[in-house]
Write a protein that binds this ligand. Structure first.
Ligand code: GLU
Length: 297
């Protein structure tokens, strides 16, 4: 078993992160396996070296040790680009110039756009893209399709979900934890679900040259992760990840989505919840055992 913890150095680790890291660590160690760490810093506008240093410090303090080097996503851009090139060559990507405002406007007027009716407007990444920039009329034999060179890295690239879902078909993954509605066991996502409830997601953001979804599947494969242990908030994103794994010829790990740590009002903790930062509990004299108790481990 090889599990991992993959924090973003964009703020302090809080109790929710501690739960995720401790669980992934304990599951791997109980099985005599490896526990890996990686720094998810593709959002360079928000990542800070000081937060990264604090992550190592907090994890050591919690009593966690990890195996091997700690890759940083910002050092892996060539690998992400190679994957985008591959998807582009398959005719699965297209450039998009829409702003969030454009998408909201098009989505709120479905009768004027190409958006089909009676399907959910929100997918795992927010509003489902209404298809404004999607190229139409290309058949699979279109000689133009693969001859264009991939646009420069400062272009937003979307996945043509209809084409991707046709190619990948129904996808499954094995869930040993639970999704937000209690989903567990074999989780099936049909091509229809991908088209109606996920849509044309962004795989390369203008300001990043990649996206969370693309980077995470490539990195889990590069680190040879057998078990992805993470919060239930990412359960629906996993449907996207298993699709990308199929399109890119990557293995599908087992998934374990765990409950979320919430504040007293029931809201899930966010990076800005400094009140629940591990560093704050540390400064107030809490012990690692106290943190384990607080998260129910
Ligand atoms: N980097 C993500 C976060 O900080 C976690 C991604 C994952 O576990 O797949 O929430």
């Amino acid at each position: 078993m090889r599990s991992r913890f993959a924090p973003s150095p964009t703020g302090p680790l809080h109790l929710g992160h501690a739960f995720s890291a401790l669980l992934a660590h304990d599951m791997a160690r109980a099985a005599g396996g490896a526990f890996l760490l990686r720094i998810e810093d593709i959002d360079q506008s928000r990542a800070r070296p000081a937060w990264e240093a604090q992550i190592y410090d907090d994890l050591h303090w919690l009593g966690l040790s990890w195996d091997g080097d700690v890759p940083r996503q910002s050092d892996q851009m060539a690998r992400y680009q190679a994957a985008l090139d591959r998807l582009w060559a398959q005719g699965l990507l297209y450039p998009c110039n829409c702003s969030r405002k454009d998408i909201a406007a098009a989505s709120s007027a479905p009768q004027e756009g190409t958006y089909p009716q009676n399907v959910p407007l929100h997918g795992p990444d927010g509003l489902i893209y209404p298809g404004t920039c999607r190229p139409g009329g290309h058949s699979d034999r279109d000689p133009q399709r693969n001859s264009q060179t991939i646009p420069p890295t400062d272009t937003t690239l979307r996945l043509n979900m209809k084409r991707a879902a046709e190619l990948a078909g129904t996808r499954i993954f094995i869930e040993s934890g639970q999704g937000p509605s209690g989903e567990t066991g074999t989780i099936t996502t049909t091509a229809q679900h991908y088209c109606d409830s996920v849509g044309d997601i962004v795989l390369a953001r203008r300001d990043m040259g990649t996206s969370y979804h693309l980077a995470v599947v490539l990195d889990d494969a590069a680190q040879d992760i057998s078990h992805v242990v993470r919060g239930q908030d990412l359960f629906d994103a996993t449907r996207i990840h298993v699709l990308l794994q199929q399109l890119l010829g990557l293995p599908v790990p087992l998934y374990h989505h765990h409950r979320l740590i919430r504040d007293e009002t029931g809201k899930r903790l966010a990076k800005r919840d400094d009140a629940r930062a591990i560093a704050k509990y540390r400064s107030e004299g809490a012990s690692p055992a106290d943190i384990r108790q607080m998260v129910g481990l």
